[in-house]
Design a protein around this ligand. Structure first.
Ligand code: IMP
Ligand code: MG
Length: 198
């Protein structure tokens, strides 16, 4: 595992994102819509920095990656959403990769009569976008590598790391070859050094 962003660097980025959001939205009530499952850690950290009234809701999106690190067909579930009519909405996702998830969700939210719909992502991968849409707020631009931790997973594992890391090729291969057991063994080894400082 190679650390890309330590927990301190992530915290500084989220401070900056919260300040940017409030500079645009002001003190108006904000409806934060997080995308399950990858955004859970980000949403929890972000809403505690957003001064002023905040409502939180979640939607679910999956691009059927399974044990692949490349996207497949997109599935969305929006049945937990409250009435968005007249609300200022902030869609929050972990990462903007091809952009297809964010674009599809923004289109869905745009049909619900909100006063405004903006989007925020922790990460954006350089050179991967396949859509014209761009997030309104981006925490960090990162190189085109498969990252895990701070909510992001590979095959359901690694979300709980407090930092953002890049899986080595052999970790990806081992996970694929031996399934969950290999992933758990590798997670135990990596989590002995869980603060992401070295
Ligand atoms: P997009 O639709 O291609 O932009 O993909 C967005 C979704 O794919 C994210 O919400 C993540 O769930 C997943 N994803 C994309 N890149 C990565 C990565 O490097 N690590 C983990 N998940 C990723
Ligand atoms: Mg996701």
């Amino acid at each position: 595992m190679r650390v890309l962003l330590s927990s301190d660097e992530l915290a500084a980025g989220i401070d900056r994102l919260a300040t940017e959001v409030r500079a645009v939205v002001g003190r108006r009530p904000l409806t934060v819509v997080g995308v399950l499952t990858g955004s859970i850690v980000l949403v929890a950290d972000l809403i505690r920095r957003l001064e002023g009234p905040v409502q939180v809701s979640m939607v679910w999106a999956s691009s059927y990656r399974g044990t692949a690190t490349r996207p497949g067909e997109l599935e969305l579930r929006l049945d937990l959403l409250p009435d968005l009519a007249g609300r200022d909405v902030l869609l929050v996702d972990d990462i903007f990769d091809t952009g297809r998830t964010l674009e599809a969700l923004l289109e869905e939210l745009g049909r619900r009569g909100a006063a405004s719909v903006r989007s925020l992502v922790l990460l954006a991968k350089e050179g991967r976008a396949e859509v014209a849409t761009r997030p309104d707020f981006i925490g960090f631009d990162i190189p085109d590598e498969f990252v895990v931790g701070y909510g992001l997973d590979f095959d359901g594992a690694w979300r709980h790391l407090p930092y953002l890391g890049v899986l080595e090729e052999d970790e990806i291969a081992a996970t694929r070859a031996a399934g969950g057991a290999a992933t758990r063994a590798a997670e135990v080894a990596v989590c002995r050094n869980a603060d992401g400082r070295g």
